[in-house]
Design a protein. Structure first.
Length: 326
């Protein structure tokens, strides 16, 4: 009997008191939450889905920290792969406050609209199977951010800026200690399996329903203005070589918009968008020297291609309504 490869360690020490936590969503190294520890106090950035709760609490145990040591649970935005476990985690952390964008806060306090939106994307059966019950958070424990606001974590400043483009309820978090941004989905996706001889490969995420290309590019430029040493992506992990990745990310935003516009009124638009996106990502990866064949690339990106195509479709329809006469 051939032994199975051991499961990868869900915890990765990134230095500066930061631990990446593989939430176990979809596949290994797909979805990360982060634990920041400073002088015996802690903050989580993003949570993954409900099934991640044991790993989140396990990260505290690895640092010999009690749940009472957590001051903040920070959500970059309220999409469920980032915020699905927020209610359950807050219930386990008696002193923590939930830190969330003002547009996202109502959905954490009363998640019914969030659940309805996710149901429209995933379907009720898939939502229940994958995400479980989305628990509300007491409004007295919710801290709403403003653009330029700074929180203090045991003397460690965490700066928040508004970063629309992927979602209007998205902010990013600047950690001066590591000189890095916690970017949620604003700086795109960079799965480790897609690394190339030239380094990590990053692609934009245009998932439904609030993709706005110009806003996204402006948000990325705001991140770059601080000359970051690294980015902490939810999908997945820390990336360095930020200027190169940013250039490729922004170029692909424009390329995705360019391929989508001619398909605005096409029959079978979703299928055409998915095919065009798949071809774009394969071409970009091969240009970087990736050894993966097209079939493997499309397998790894299947969910993202489907959701990106849906998001581009929503954006095309919104753009058409905005420019319609009368």
């Amino acid at each position: 009997m051939t032994p199975r490869d051991p499961a990868p360690d869900p915890y990765q020490d990134l230095g500066h008191g930061i631990t990446a936590i593989d939430t176990g969503y979809v596949r290994p190294r797909f979805d990360a939450a982060y634990l920041i520890v400073e002088a015996g106090r802690a903050a989580f950035v993003d949570t993954g889905i409900n099934a991640a709760l044991p790993r989140l609490l396990g990260a505290l145990e690895r640092h010999a920290l009690a749940p009472e040591a957590v001051d903040y649970v920070i959500l970059t935005h309220v999409h469920l792969d980032h915020a699905g476990a927020a209610g359950a985690l807050m219930r386990a952390l008696p002193r923590a406050r939930l830190v969330v964008h003002p547009r996202g806060a109502p959905h954490m306090i009363d998640p019914r609209a969030l659940i309805a939106g996710a149901t429209a994307v995933y379907g009720a059966e898939e939502l229940a199977r994958t995400y479980g019950t989305i628990e509300p958070v007491d409004d007295q424990r919710v801290l709403v951010t403003t653009d330029g606001m700074t929180l203090d974590l045991a003397g460690r400043p965490l700066l928040f800026i508004d970063t629309p483009g992927h979602a209007r309820h998205h902010h990013c978090v600047w950690d001066e200690r590591s000189h890095g941004w916690f970017t949620g989905d604003t700086f795109g996706l960079a799965y480790p399996e897609l690394a190339t001889p030239q380094g990590r490969y990053v692609l934009p995420t245009t998932t439904p329903v609030q993709f706005e290309p110009e806003a996204l590019k402006a948000s990325v430029q705001r991140l770059l203005a601080r000359d970051p040493a690294c980015m902490y992506l939810t999908h997945y992990g820390r990336v360095d070589d930020v200027p190169r990745l940013a250039e490729r990310l922004l170029e692909q935003v424009d390329a995705m918009v360019a391929l989508a516009r001619p398909l605005a009124g096409a029959p079978e638009r979703q299928a055409h968008l998915e095919a065009a996106l798949g071809a774009l990502f394969c071409e970009r990866l091969h240009a970087l020297g990736s050894a993966l064949d097209d079939a493997r690339i499309l397998e790894l990106l299947a969910t993202d291609i489907e959701l990106n195509a849906q998001g581009l479709g929503v954006w095309l329809d919104r753009e058409a309504r905005a420019t319609a006469p009368g």
